[in-house]
Write a protein that binds this ligand. Sequence first.
Ligand code: URP
Ligand code: ZN
Ligand code: ZN
Length: 464
Amino acid sequence: MSSLLIQNGTIVSADSTVQADLLVDGAIIKEVRAGIPASTADTVVDARGLLLLPGGIDAHTHLDMPFGGTTSADDFETGTRAAAIGGTTTIVDFAIQARGTKMRTALDMWWKKAEGKACIDYGLHMIVTDLPDAGLEDMDDMVREGVASFKLFMAYPNMLMVDDATIFKALRQTAKNGALICMHAENGSVIDVIVQQALAEGKTAPIYHALTRPTRAEAEAVHRAIAMAEMAGVPVYIVHLSSEDALNQVREARDCGLPAFAETCPQYLLLSLEDVADKGWEGAKYVFTPPLRERSNQPKLWDGLRKDHLQVVSTDHCPFCFEDQKALGKDNFTKIPNGGPGIENRLQLLHHHGVGQGNFSLNRFVELVSTAPARIFGMYPKKGVLAAGSDADIVLWDPIAEHTISAKTHAMRVDYSMFEGFHVRGNARDVYSRGELIVSKGKFIGRPGRGQYLRREARGGAWK
Ligand code: URP
Ligand code: ZN
Ligand code: ZN
């Protein structure tokens, strides 16, 4: 087994920044300390001027996902390759239980999607669409397979939405099996009424996707989700939180000592309704759910990240090509496949706008993009930290490398970038996954199929 010594780097964790060397034995970190002799390793890398970060963990991606009559444009090969280039070494994607079928069928299907393709390690959440009483033990079966979290939808009626009874039963089951419920929190029934009215009034352009989904519909659902979790006596995790209104619900719950967790995404931090209001059909590029909000929400979300009212930044990467996929909704915004690309740019955007603009420290950056998702989703300390015994998922981060994000140069298999023209400082130079160099000087050199399925531990969200 070969060994690797990375010398002279600055090792950044969620709570410290130290000058030290890092010795890797095969796939695992063996030692982290200053002054490890070069003679101990087969390969020695000089990381002077670079930061050593634990590989990024994107806990919310949708690769090869069927939606609205099409499939997300990145599969497990193209999506995880783009992730690696951006410094992400682990994703947690979503398998979807089809109504009337077993979760096991969905799990097998998603394992097949990833097999021979994944370039980095991956876990799976299970989206529950159907939970008869006889199906509750299927959740326990999934937990035994390392699916330590489930997503439930309070939106998308007749597609993915489940009722409160189903949500409450699922929450109660996690009290027994230790899994974590992730909630897509928007009041789908109310939104549907508003949407039908808009369509009846001939309002079919992309912007109406955003204008028919009020922040109150998000806040109400967040409040209800947390209240149901409290009644069930379990934690809950709100996905893709987008607005101040919704954030207030999480903050108030946490202030009362409730185990409510939430993530936001770069698009809500950096893009706004005002940015897309006059884009006409091009606005379809920004049709995702929850939608973009008024710009005034952004400083509140940054503040939430700084103060730990929000614990994680993930991407909700769900790309659809503008030319031939978003076009499905040319005459009706409800037919535009929901989702946007971002798996490649999360660390770049968060480093530049978070650390670079003084919104939070380098340590908090590491916590938000790696350590906290590892802890919350049952992967810590295998992932999410550079310490002896952990997987050698290491990013050599160049904090002063500059580049401009563009669809012309990105690796994601999608014909536009939500962040086109954003100039960022800080980028992954080299990336190791389980000790193997998979990105060298920004170029992917790994092998599709090398990524392994991660059996995650169900810890009931009890992570701090
Ligand atoms: O618009 C989005 N977010 N698409 C992906 C599905 C989801 O709700 O996360
Ligand atoms: Zn969602
Ligand atoms: Zn999503």
